[in-house]
Design a binder for this molecule. Structure first.
Ligand SMILES: Cc1ncc(COP(=O)(O)O)c(C=O)c1O
Length: 373
């Protein structure tokens, strides 16, 4: 591990973690059952329009279960943004189905509704109706939900919202993750709240909820002995990690405000003065600005800036490398004009940790300014 002084988005403790972990240990429930899981589930659900929520061991598991619930199987096609983390697409392949990659749009950097519709029409022409559409709300920013939902409705294709990076964000005042058929959260170490590792599945119906719970716990039939009619998974969250999650949720609003303040300062001191492009908070949406991202001018290299920052022990990252350009997915269909490739070539994410202080951010801004001048 490189010895950074300032990390990109490290875990931030609320101060209540020890108390809740102690409580969980005292209860004796340190496995994948226990009161803390139930409590974490209830609080999450409250934050998510009272939808059914299942805490899991990762966001990736949640995407996999969502695909299972929608009966995605061998040979099916699933639409997926190309600009996202690889975990958005990998579970499609776990199901032996095929990801169909689609470009992003220029405003939010999320799935392009125009290319989405072109992709669906083209797949239909080829005699194959996509079984699901996965969308990802990247860097805390909402996708164009109105347009995407209308398309999904027109062609009657369910939506899985990969909301790993935008927990707490909203569209038309509704929490992201509750706008599709199924939603996904991640609580890994760099997310806005973390359980060290973990995730959750948000279900729009009780049926999905019970089926997902059953699949996440080895698909054990409700009889007194071990009886299995389906292959299940070991995807449940540990009670100890749920205790951390409860403590982390304690100050969610402050976390979001801090992320937004960090972005606003980068905006005022770098993005605006240097006239840089950045992902927009689209109309009627509320972004958490989970990671502050923007594009460098054409004559400046993101890799060089990352090296300069690294020389000061500061961690920065390129934005996601499009999945249709990854060796594992380069033979999959792609619909778009490669705008996602352009973003990858020019984009950078700067440190956006909740614990980032003013002095540290000033240092980052000074270094980036000098690089840009
Ligand atoms: C967009 C996106 N999808 C899915 C995931 C997977 O989540 P997890 O790491 O909890 O499996 C992540 C985070 O790592 C992510 O950023």
């Amino acid at each position: 591990m490189k010895p950074f002084q300032i990390w990109l988005s490290p875990p931030f403790l609320s101060g209540k973690e020890k108390e809740y972990i102690q409580e969980a240990i005292d209860s004796g429930w340190i496995s994948t059952v226990g009161n803390h899981i139930e409590k974490f589930e209830r609080i999450l659900s409250k934050n998510l329009k009272n939808y059914f929520v299942i805490p899991l061991n990762s966001g990736t598991s949640a995407i996999h279960l969502a695909l299972k619930l929608l009966d995605v199987k061998d040979g099916d096609e699933v639409i997926c943004p190309s600009l996202t983390f690889v975990a958005t697409a990998n579970p499609i392949v776990y199901q032996r189905a095929n990801p169909i990659f689609v470009d992003c749009e220029q405003e939010s950097w999320n799935l392009s509704p125009e290319w989405l519709e072109i992709a669906i029409q083209n797949r239909l022409k080829r005699g194959k109706k996509p079984k699901a559409i996965i969308i990802a709300h990247l860097y805390g920013n909402s996708s164009k939900m109105n347009e995407i939902n209308n398309i999904a409705l027109t062609y009657q294709i369910p939506i899985i919202e990969d909301n790993a990076e935008a927990f707490g964000a909203k569209y038309k005042n509704e929490p992201l993750g509750t706008l599709g058929t199924l939603g996904v959260l991640s609580f890994n170490g760099n997310k806005i709240i973390t359980t060290s590792a973990g995730g959750a599945l948000i279900c729009s119906s009780e049926n999905f909820y019970s089926k997902a719970k059953y699949l996440a716990h080895q698909a054990k039939s409700p009889v007194s002995y071990y009886h299995h009619e389906e292959v299940g998974y070991n995807y449940g969250m540990s009670n100890l990690l749920a205790a951390i999650g409860i403590a982390q949720l304690y100050n969610l609003e402050e976390r979001i405000q801090k992320k937004r303040q960090i972005f606003n300062r980068y905006y005022e001191e770098l993005i605006k003065p240097f006239n840089l492009r950045y992902p927009q908070e689209i109309q009627s949406s509320f972004s958490t600005r989970w990671l502050s991202a923007f594009l460098l001018p054409e004559d400046k290299s993101p890799s060089e800036l990352i090296q300069v920052l690294e020389n000061h022990q500061i961690e920065a990252r390129r934005i996601w490398k499009p999945l249709h350009t990854q060796p594992i997915y380069e033979n999959q269909p792609f619909y778009g004009e490669h705008y996602c490739n352009y973003l990858f070539e020019r984009g950078i994410c700067l440190p956006s940790g909740i614990g980032l202080n003013l002095e540290q951010q000033s240092l980052i801004i000074e270094i980036v300014k000098t690089f840009l001048e």
